[in-house]
Structures are given as structure tokens and as C-alpha cells.
Design a binder for this molecule. Sequence first.
Ligand SMILES: CC(C)(COP(=O)(O)OP(=O)(O)OC[C@H]1O[C@@H](n2cnc3c(N)ncnc32)[C@H](O)[C@@H]1OP(=O)(O)O)[C@@H](O)C(=O)NCCC(=O)NCCS
Length: 173
Amino acid sequence: MSQSSLSPTFAVRRLSASDAPGFRDLRLEALRSHPESFGASWEEETAQPLAWFTDRLDRSTVFGGGPAGASTLSGIVGFYTMDSPKLRHKGVLWGMYVRPQARGTGLAPMLVTQVLAHARHIVEEVRLTVVATNTAAVRLYKRAGFTPYGLEPRALKVGHDYHDEVLMAWSRL
Ligand SMILES: CC(C)(COP(=O)(O)OP(=O)(O)OC[C@H]1O[C@@H](n2cnc3c(N)ncnc32)[C@H](O)[C@@H]1OP(=O)(O)O)[C@@H](O)C(=O)NCCC(=O)NCCS
């Protein structure tokens, strides 16, 4: 089945403080099931109280998507900018995660598109990092218009294993 025939069954929205319990569940699931895909770790974040996740939703821009008409979340993605005058032309896409049962449905591209629609009014460029062997994520970002501009060797160390990261950027210029 094509993605376009399925994507209308999902809705993406900006999450607010009241979404903190669902956001925490999905975020911890992401960190626990894919430790090599994120700079943060499950061990750090599972120890945090709900208020920490609420604060994150207040301070950052996080979009979530799930079946249209339901409050359940099947995917999340975050975006932040920096205040410094010399850095505020750039934003960072972070924390992209889609539950296994919602992969290949079009939800992942909807989330990235939502970040870019939001970001293009605020910044000139959006940056992200992705583990080089994460083919699905690299392809997702390339399809959305991100291009690779570098490689950071041994960017992450998970246990005894190192993971290189591809640095990618999207520009509206
Ligand atoms: C990355 C992620 C969000 C992608 O979600 P998705 O629903 O699979 O995304 P899409 O269906 O749009 O697929 C993206 C591309 O990867 C391809 N793909 C999907 N699964 C794949 C796999 N296991 N191996 C290789 N390619 C794969 C798809 O065919 C598609 O390629 P195309 O654009 O050429 O058609 C999802 O896999 C995920 O949450 N992974 C765990 C967390 C993670 O890695 N986050 C990214 C952190 S940077």
C-alpha cells in the first residue's frame, strides 16, 4: 500500500505540557529500544520525574503524531533553536522516533515536514545528526531535503561500541 493512501489516517500536532505522560512513554521507548540512535540514554531519562518532561515540552518544540482523532502517540520529533545572535539562524531537529507498527505508513515524513514547516519561519537552516548505519533515517531525511555535510567518527559510544554520525543540513536559502 502506498504511503499517501495511509498518511491521512494520521494527524500531527504540536505537543503541550498536558501531553507529558504520552511524550515520556514514547521517548523512553525510543531510548530503550534504539540506544545507538540517540545521544541521550534511557538510564538518564527514566530517572527523571514527569515534571522534567513537562518542562521539556514547555521549553522546546515537540511534534507528535498518531491515529487521527485519537490522543495516542505513534511518533515524535523535536526542534530547538539557540538564543545566541551568531547561532540563531540555525535550528536542530532531534529525537525522531516512530513506533515499529507505524513505520512505513507516512507518519515519519509527516513529522519531518511539520518540523520544516515550523522552522522555515524561524531559521535559515536545520541541522541534525544521524548514526551512519541508520539507513532508514538517512533516507527519510534525504527525501525531506536534508543533505550530508560531514561525518563525525566515533560520535557515540554505546557500551564498548562506537558509532559514526552523519551531519545533515536543510537550508531554505
Ligand atoms: C527512522 C524512522 C523514524 C523512520 O521511520 P519509517 O516509518 O521507517 O520511515 P519511512 O517509511 O519514511 O522510510 C524511510 C526510508 O527508509 C527505508 N527503510 C525503512 N526501513 C528500512 C530498513 N530497515 N533498512 C533500510 N531502509 C529502510 C524506506 O524504504 C524509506 O526509503 P525511501 O525514502 O527510499 O522510500 C524509524 O525507523 C525509527 O523511529 N527508528 C528508530 C529511531 C531512530 O532511528 N530515529 C532516528 C534518529 S536520527
